[in-house]
Structure formats: structure tokens, C-alpha cells
Design a protein around this ligand. Structure first.
Ligand code: HEC
Length: 243
């Protein structure tokens, strides 16, 4: 693109004089301003002060909550016990299926264990396919993940933490593996595969027989070696010496 050719100047000499005078005046003001920079209470500081926007009324609620389209006015704020926020067209109610998909906790005693079953032999395959690349071919090696097999319980200081040495309940082994493993694709195993891999791990640790099958009845019956190594009650009940 060619820059436009400047039009020939037609400035009258008198106009030029005023322009020069104006430039001088601006220069003089500039000098005064520079001088005031050293003075903390001077005009330069005062000018800076007025440059920042002064809050106008209506920008803030008395309690400091910003208002406006993206502020508190766009939503209703619930009173305690009133239920979730409404308005703003955000989200949707969770369906029973949504909740069921993540309501999968299994707790000591067996509550929450799903239907299905798995054997030690099936678990060997599940482990080799889904777990060995991180925990090692037999679980005793570790790698990206920790060693999880190969230490006898009960646990004591200096011993490696493995399923056999540390975990107090087979139910929480099941719960943890089902919700958290494989580390890079949690939730990808079927309930049967989780039963099977737990069976294989417990057999490797010598806790159940090689021909065992785990299901919602047999799994809670497993007695873990470190079962009694945790406090059976809160410190203020059973450890009065702990403040
Ligand atoms: C991509 C790697 C990876 C894969 C695959 C994987 N794990 Fe893990 N696993 C990890 C990591 C990393 C941790 C440590 C997580 C932490 O401490 O938060 C872990 C922790 C565990 C633990 C807890 C160890 C402890 O006592 O603290 C168990 C049990 C376990 N994994 C079992 C399995 C089983 C069974 C499988 C196969 C179904 C599996 N993992 C697949 C990486 C993996």
C-alpha cells in the first residue's frame, strides 16, 4: 500500500506563530510537572490520583458483593438448608443413573459389594493385562506404581507397605482398585474383573487359597493380617494419654 502523498502545506505564517506559542506553553507545563515529581504532595501525585476510576454508587452492595449481570444478581443465593442455587441456567438435576454410576463405595463389613465373582486364576490374567506394566510382573517389583505384593503382615516400622502387610480390610482393597485402578483408566474394569484381581493379589500374599473364588459373601470373610494394627477407637476414648 502506498502512503498517501501529503497535501501541499497552506499554513499561514500567523497560524504558525500560534502553534509555536502553544508548543512552548505545553513545554513549560511539562517542566513544572517534572519539578513536582520530587514532591510527594505535589500536583503530579494529585493528577495520578484522579486518573484511577472512582467507584460509583451501585458497583458494590453494602456488604461488598459485586453486582451486575455476572454478579450476585444473576443468581438467587439460598438460605441455609434451602437446597442448591437456582437460576443462571447452569447445570441440571442429577438423575438416579448419574448418581448410581458414582455411588460405588464398598465399606468394611461388605456393604456396597456388587453381584458377581472372580477366581484367582482369572485374576492372573486381569493382573497381567491391566496392572503388571506399572506394578511389575508379579507385583513385587513396582515401577511406575509401588510394589503391592511380597511383604508379610502385620506391618511394623521398616516393612514395605503391601496389600498383605498393611491393608486392614479386603473390602477396601476391592473399593480402591475398583474406583482408582488402573491408574490411567480408573473404572474400566468390570465388577467381576475386580473380584478376580483382588483374589489373585490375596492369593499371592498367601491370604487365601489358590482355588478360592471371591464374591459378596466370601470377600468380607477374609481376615487380613494387619486387621488389628489400627486404633479401634478415637484417641480420646482409648488413648487418654494423647491430649
Ligand atoms: C499406569 C500405571 C498403573 C497401572 C496400570 C495400575 N496402577 Fe496401581 N498404582 C499406580 C500408582 C502410581 C499408584 C500410587 C497411587 C497413589 O499413591 O496415589 C498405584 C497404587 C495402587 C495400589 C495401592 C498401593 C498402596 O498400598 O498404597 C494398589 C492396591 C494398586 N495400585 C493396584 C493396582 C491394580 C490391581 C491394577 C490393575 C487393575 C493397577 N494398580 C494398575 C499405578 C498404576
Amino acid at each position: 500500500m502506498t502512503p498517501p502523498t501529503p497535501a501541499p502545506s497552506r499554513t499561514h505564517p500567523a497560524t504558525l506563530r500560534w502553534v509555536l506559542l502553544g508548543a512552548l506553553a505545553v513545554f513549560a507545563l511539562f517542566l513544572v510537572a517534572c519539578d513536582d515529581d520530587d514532591d510527594p504532595g505535589g500536583t503530579a501525585t494529585a493528577t495520578q490520583g484522579t486518573a484511577s476510576p472512582t467507584p460509583t454508587e451501585g458497583d458494590e452492595d453494602p456488604d461488598g458483593t459485586p453486582t451486575g449481570p455476572s454478579g450476585a444478581d444473576a443468581f438467587t443465593t439460598p438460605e441455609p438448608g434451602e437446597g442448591p442455587r437456582s437460576g443462571g441456567e447452569i447445570g441440571q438435576p442429577a438423575s438416579e443413573d448419574d448418581i448410581a454410576a458414582i455411588d460405588i463405595d464398598v465399606v468394611p463389613g461388605g456393604a456396597g459389594l456388587p453381584e458377581g465373582s472372580g477366581t484367582v486364576a482369572e485374576g492372573a490374567d486381569v493382573y497381567a493385562t491391566n496392572c503388571a506394566r506399572c506394578h511389575g510382573p508379579s507385583g513385587t517389583e513396582g515401577g511406575i506404581g509401588p510394589q503391592i505384593v511380597g511383604e508379610e503382615g502385620p506391618w511394623e516400622p521398616g516393612k514395605t507397605i503391601t496389600i498383605g502387610s498393611y491393608w486392614p480390610y479386603a473390602e477396601t482393597v476391592y473399593d480402591y482398585i475398583r474406583r482408582a485402578m488402573p491408574f490411567d483408566s480408573p473404572g474400566s474394569l468390570t465388577d467381576d474383573e475386580v473380584y478376580a484381581v483382588v483374589a489373585w493379589l490375596l492369593a499371592e500374599e498367601g491370604i487365601i487359597e489358590e482355588d478360592a473364588e471371591l464374591n459378596a459373601e466370601t470377600l468380607p470373610a477374609v481376615e487380613m493380617p494387619n486387621r488389628n494394627n489400627f486404633l479401634p477407637c478415637w484417641p480420646d476414648e482409648c488413648r487418654p494419654d494423647v491430649p
